[in-house]
Design a protein around this ligand. Structure first.
Ligand code: NAP
Length: 248
Protein backbone atom coordinates (compact mmCIF):
# COMPACT_ATOMS: atom_id res chain seq x y z
CA UNK A 1 0.00 0.00 0.00
CA UNK A 2 1.37 3.43 -0.95
CA UNK A 3 0.90 5.51 2.20
CA UNK A 4 1.52 8.87 0.53
CA UNK A 5 -0.04 8.38 -2.90
CA UNK A 6 -0.73 11.76 -4.54
CA UNK A 7 0.51 13.80 -1.59
CA UNK A 8 2.83 16.74 -2.26
CA UNK A 9 5.68 17.09 0.22
CA UNK A 10 8.52 19.57 0.63
CA UNK A 11 11.72 18.54 2.42
CA UNK A 12 14.51 20.98 3.28
CA UNK A 13 18.12 19.78 3.03
CA UNK A 14 17.68 16.58 1.02
CA UNK A 15 20.94 16.44 -0.92
CA UNK A 16 22.43 14.16 1.75
CA UNK A 17 21.74 12.11 4.87
CA UNK A 18 18.33 11.90 6.49
CA UNK A 19 16.71 14.38 4.07
CA UNK A 20 17.84 12.36 1.06
CA UNK A 21 16.59 9.11 2.62
CA UNK A 22 13.25 10.80 3.31
CA UNK A 23 12.93 12.02 -0.29
CA UNK A 24 13.53 8.48 -1.62
CA UNK A 25 11.27 6.75 0.91
CA UNK A 26 8.51 9.32 0.31
CA UNK A 27 8.71 8.80 -3.46
CA UNK A 28 8.57 5.02 -2.91
CA UNK A 29 5.31 5.64 -1.04
CA UNK A 30 3.84 7.57 -3.98
CA UNK A 31 4.48 11.16 -2.85
CA UNK A 32 5.44 13.96 -5.23
CA UNK A 33 8.59 15.41 -3.73
CA UNK A 34 10.00 18.93 -3.74
CA UNK A 35 13.25 19.31 -1.87
CA UNK A 36 16.00 21.84 -1.21
CA UNK A 37 19.78 21.82 -1.10
CA UNK A 38 22.31 24.57 -0.72
CA UNK A 39 25.97 23.67 -1.34
CA UNK A 40 25.60 20.11 -2.76
CA UNK A 41 24.33 21.21 -6.16
CA UNK A 42 25.30 18.10 -8.17
CA UNK A 43 23.88 15.73 -5.57
CA UNK A 44 20.67 17.75 -5.48
CA UNK A 45 20.27 17.67 -9.25
CA UNK A 46 21.00 13.92 -9.39
CA UNK A 47 18.32 13.19 -6.79
CA UNK A 48 15.56 14.52 -9.07
CA UNK A 49 16.16 11.72 -11.58
CA UNK A 50 16.30 9.09 -8.83
CA UNK A 51 12.93 10.23 -7.49
CA UNK A 52 11.30 10.43 -10.93
CA UNK A 53 12.16 6.77 -11.44
CA UNK A 54 9.40 5.99 -8.90
CA UNK A 55 6.86 7.58 -11.29
CA UNK A 56 6.27 10.65 -9.13
CA UNK A 57 6.82 14.34 -9.75
CA UNK A 58 10.10 15.63 -8.29
CA UNK A 59 11.81 19.00 -8.21
CA UNK A 60 14.93 20.31 -6.47
CA UNK A 61 15.28 23.93 -5.39
CA UNK A 62 18.55 25.58 -4.43
CA UNK A 63 17.40 27.60 -1.43
CA UNK A 64 18.88 28.73 1.88
CA UNK A 65 16.44 27.71 4.64
CA UNK A 66 18.00 30.29 6.98
CA UNK A 67 16.97 33.13 4.65
CA UNK A 68 13.48 34.49 5.37
CA UNK A 69 12.76 35.92 1.94
CA UNK A 70 14.20 32.90 0.13
CA UNK A 71 11.90 30.67 2.23
CA UNK A 72 8.84 32.72 1.25
CA UNK A 73 9.88 32.49 -2.40
CA UNK A 74 10.41 28.73 -2.06
CA UNK A 75 6.89 28.12 -0.75
CA UNK A 76 5.48 30.26 -3.59
CA UNK A 77 7.51 28.32 -6.18
CA UNK A 78 6.56 24.98 -4.65
CA UNK A 79 2.82 25.73 -4.65
CA UNK A 80 2.94 27.02 -8.20
CA UNK A 81 4.76 23.79 -9.25
CA UNK A 82 2.79 21.27 -7.14
CA UNK A 83 -0.48 23.19 -6.35
CA UNK A 84 -1.06 21.86 -2.80
CA UNK A 85 1.37 21.24 0.06
CA UNK A 86 0.44 18.23 2.19
CA UNK A 87 3.54 18.03 4.37
CA UNK A 88 6.48 20.29 5.14
CA UNK A 89 9.56 18.59 6.58
CA UNK A 90 12.01 21.00 8.18
CA UNK A 91 15.13 18.87 8.06
CA UNK A 92 18.03 21.19 7.08
CA UNK A 93 20.57 21.40 9.88
CA UNK A 94 24.23 21.90 10.70
CA UNK A 95 26.62 21.46 13.61
CA UNK A 96 29.48 23.71 14.70
CA UNK A 97 30.58 21.76 17.77
CA UNK A 98 32.96 23.15 20.34
CA UNK A 99 33.10 23.79 24.07
CA UNK A 100 31.26 26.89 25.24
CA UNK A 101 34.48 28.64 26.27
CA UNK A 102 35.76 28.32 22.71
CA UNK A 103 32.47 28.99 20.93
CA UNK A 104 32.50 32.11 18.80
CA UNK A 105 29.52 34.36 18.28
CA UNK A 106 29.57 33.31 14.61
CA UNK A 107 29.36 29.59 15.55
CA UNK A 108 26.40 30.33 17.82
CA UNK A 109 24.58 32.54 15.28
CA UNK A 110 25.13 30.22 12.32
CA UNK A 111 23.70 27.16 14.08
CA UNK A 112 20.70 29.08 15.43
CA UNK A 113 19.98 30.59 12.01
CA UNK A 114 20.23 27.37 10.00
CA UNK A 115 18.62 25.04 12.55
CA UNK A 116 15.98 27.16 14.30
CA UNK A 117 15.26 30.29 12.30
CA UNK A 118 14.82 28.12 9.20
CA UNK A 119 11.97 26.27 10.92
CA UNK A 120 10.25 29.58 11.65
CA UNK A 121 10.89 30.87 8.10
CA UNK A 122 9.40 27.89 6.30
CA UNK A 123 6.61 27.11 8.74
CA UNK A 124 5.43 30.71 8.66
CA UNK A 125 5.43 30.83 4.86
CA UNK A 126 3.76 27.40 4.56
CA UNK A 127 1.09 28.21 7.14
CA UNK A 128 -0.58 30.64 4.72
CA UNK A 129 -0.97 27.75 2.28
CA UNK A 130 -2.11 25.31 4.98
CA UNK A 131 -4.75 27.75 6.28
CA UNK A 132 -6.14 28.29 2.79
CA UNK A 133 -6.32 24.59 1.92
CA UNK A 134 -7.48 23.66 5.47
CA UNK A 135 -4.96 20.86 6.05
CA UNK A 136 -1.26 20.31 6.53
CA UNK A 137 1.35 18.33 8.42
CA UNK A 138 4.56 19.94 9.64
CA UNK A 139 7.44 17.68 10.68
CA UNK A 140 10.47 19.24 12.36
CA UNK A 141 13.79 17.49 12.87
CA UNK A 142 14.98 18.04 16.41
CA UNK A 143 17.41 15.72 18.27
CA UNK A 144 17.75 13.80 21.53
CA UNK A 145 20.42 16.45 22.22
CA UNK A 146 17.62 19.06 22.29
CA UNK A 147 15.96 17.10 25.09
CA UNK A 148 19.00 16.09 27.13
CA UNK A 149 21.73 18.59 26.20
CA UNK A 150 25.28 17.59 25.24
CA UNK A 151 28.69 18.90 26.26
CA UNK A 152 30.34 20.59 23.27
CA UNK A 153 27.02 21.24 21.54
CA UNK A 154 25.46 24.16 23.47
CA UNK A 155 24.56 25.95 20.21
CA UNK A 156 23.14 22.82 18.55
CA UNK A 157 21.26 21.69 21.68
CA UNK A 158 19.74 25.16 22.13
CA UNK A 159 18.58 25.21 18.50
CA UNK A 160 17.05 21.74 18.80
CA UNK A 161 15.36 22.51 22.15
CA UNK A 162 13.96 25.65 20.52
CA UNK A 163 12.45 23.48 17.77
CA UNK A 164 10.58 21.44 20.39
CA UNK A 165 9.02 24.56 21.97
CA UNK A 166 8.16 25.88 18.52
CA UNK A 167 6.59 22.56 17.44
CA UNK A 168 4.34 22.34 20.50
CA UNK A 169 3.28 26.00 20.20
CA UNK A 170 2.39 25.64 16.52
CA UNK A 171 0.42 22.44 17.26
CA UNK A 172 -1.60 24.34 19.89
CA UNK A 173 -2.06 27.42 17.73
CA UNK A 174 -3.07 25.73 14.47
CA UNK A 175 -4.75 22.51 15.61
CA UNK A 176 -8.24 24.01 15.21
CA UNK A 177 -7.41 24.61 11.51
CA UNK A 178 -6.59 20.93 10.89
CA UNK A 179 -2.86 21.67 10.79
CA UNK A 180 -0.66 19.18 12.66
CA UNK A 181 2.87 19.82 13.86
CA UNK A 182 5.21 17.15 15.25
CA UNK A 183 8.92 16.70 15.79
CA UNK A 184 11.22 13.74 15.28
CA UNK A 185 14.16 13.43 17.67
CA UNK A 186 16.76 11.10 16.16
CA UNK A 187 19.47 9.69 18.38
CA UNK A 188 22.73 8.64 16.75
CA UNK A 189 22.14 8.18 13.01
CA UNK A 190 24.93 7.34 10.56
CA UNK A 191 25.18 10.26 8.08
CA UNK A 192 27.87 12.73 6.98
CA UNK A 193 26.95 14.86 10.00
CA UNK A 194 27.96 12.11 12.44
CA UNK A 195 30.86 10.84 10.29
CA UNK A 196 32.82 13.87 11.50
CA UNK A 197 32.68 12.62 15.11
CA UNK A 198 35.56 10.98 16.95
CA UNK A 199 35.60 7.18 16.34
CA UNK A 200 36.29 6.25 19.96
CA UNK A 201 33.43 8.42 21.15
CA UNK A 202 30.97 6.98 18.63
CA UNK A 203 31.95 3.41 19.58
CA UNK A 204 31.15 4.24 23.22
CA UNK A 205 27.82 5.78 22.20
CA UNK A 206 26.82 2.73 20.15
CA UNK A 207 27.62 0.48 23.08
CA UNK A 208 25.43 2.59 25.36
CA UNK A 209 22.43 2.31 22.99
CA UNK A 210 20.08 -0.49 24.11
CA UNK A 211 19.63 -1.63 20.47
CA UNK A 212 23.47 -1.74 20.26
CA UNK A 213 23.83 0.06 16.95
CA UNK A 214 23.53 3.43 15.27
CA UNK A 215 20.29 4.18 13.44
CA UNK A 216 19.91 4.41 9.67
CA UNK A 217 18.65 7.50 7.86
CA UNK A 218 15.89 5.30 6.37
CA UNK A 219 14.66 4.47 9.88
CA UNK A 220 14.15 8.18 10.58
CA UNK A 221 12.47 8.53 7.17
CA UNK A 222 9.96 5.80 8.08
CA UNK A 223 8.83 7.83 11.10
CA UNK A 224 8.41 10.87 8.83
CA UNK A 225 6.27 8.80 6.42
CA UNK A 226 3.95 7.96 9.33
CA UNK A 227 3.71 11.61 10.42
CA UNK A 228 3.06 12.83 6.86
CA UNK A 229 0.43 10.16 6.21
CA UNK A 230 -3.21 9.97 7.24
CA UNK A 231 -2.24 7.16 9.64
CA UNK A 232 -1.17 9.85 12.11
CA UNK A 233 -4.27 12.03 11.61
CA UNK A 234 -4.87 12.37 15.37
CA UNK A 235 -1.24 12.90 16.37
CA UNK A 236 0.00 16.47 16.87
CA UNK A 237 2.30 18.33 19.26
CA UNK A 238 4.48 15.25 19.83
CA UNK A 239 8.21 14.63 19.85
CA UNK A 240 8.92 11.09 18.64
CA UNK A 241 12.35 9.72 19.49
CA UNK A 242 13.98 7.50 16.87
CA UNK A 243 16.96 6.53 18.96
CA UNK A 244 17.06 2.80 19.71
CA UNK A 245 16.09 3.68 23.31
CA UNK A 246 19.30 5.73 23.68
CA UNK A 247 17.48 8.33 25.76
CA UNK A 248 15.12 6.26 27.88
P1 NAP B 1 23.73 16.06 6.89
O1 NAP B 1 24.05 14.70 6.37
O2 NAP B 1 24.83 16.95 7.31
O3 NAP B 1 22.82 16.82 5.80
C1 NAP B 1 22.35 18.11 6.06
C2 NAP B 1 21.47 18.58 4.93
O4 NAP B 1 21.03 19.91 5.24
C3 NAP B 1 22.20 18.66 3.61
O5 NAP B 1 21.36 18.21 2.56
C4 NAP B 1 22.49 20.16 3.45
O6 NAP B 1 22.47 20.58 2.09
C5 NAP B 1 21.29 20.75 4.13
N1 NAP B 1 21.51 22.14 4.58
C6 NAP B 1 22.44 22.61 5.44
N2 NAP B 1 22.31 23.94 5.60
C7 NAP B 1 21.27 24.32 4.80
C8 NAP B 1 20.63 25.55 4.53
N3 NAP B 1 21.03 26.69 5.10
N4 NAP B 1 19.58 25.58 3.66
C9 NAP B 1 19.15 24.44 3.07
N5 NAP B 1 19.72 23.23 3.29
C10 NAP B 1 20.76 23.18 4.14
O7 NAP B 1 22.74 15.97 8.15
P2 NAP B 1 21.81 14.77 8.66
O8 NAP B 1 22.60 13.93 9.59
O9 NAP B 1 21.10 14.14 7.52
O10 NAP B 1 20.76 15.58 9.56
C11 NAP B 1 19.48 15.99 9.08
C12 NAP B 1 18.69 16.60 10.23
O11 NAP B 1 18.56 15.63 11.28
C13 NAP B 1 19.38 17.81 10.87
O12 NAP B 1 18.42 18.75 11.26
C14 NAP B 1 20.07 17.22 12.09
O13 NAP B 1 20.29 18.18 13.09
C15 NAP B 1 19.06 16.16 12.50
N6 NAP B 1 19.66 15.09 13.32
C16 NAP B 1 20.64 14.28 12.83
C17 NAP B 1 21.17 13.29 13.65
C18 NAP B 1 22.23 12.34 13.18
O14 NAP B 1 22.69 11.52 14.00
N7 NAP B 1 22.66 12.37 11.95
C19 NAP B 1 20.71 13.14 14.96
C20 NAP B 1 19.73 14.00 15.43
C21 NAP B 1 19.20 14.97 14.59
P3 NAP B 1 23.82 21.00 1.26
O15 NAP B 1 24.82 19.90 1.45
O16 NAP B 1 23.33 21.13 -0.14
O17 NAP B 1 24.27 22.31 1.83
Amino acid sequence: MALLKGKNVLITGASRGIGRAMAIRFAEQGANVGFTYLSSVEKGEALVKELEAFGVKAKGYRSDAADYEASEALIKDFTSDFSTLDALINNAGITRDTLLMRMSEAQWDEVLRVNLKSVFNLTKAATRVFLKQKFGSIINLTSVVGIKGNAGQANYAASKAGIIGFTKSVALELGSRNIRCNAIAPGFIETEMTAELDEKMTAEWKNAIPLKRAGKAEEVADCAIFLASDMSAYISGQVIQVDGAMLT
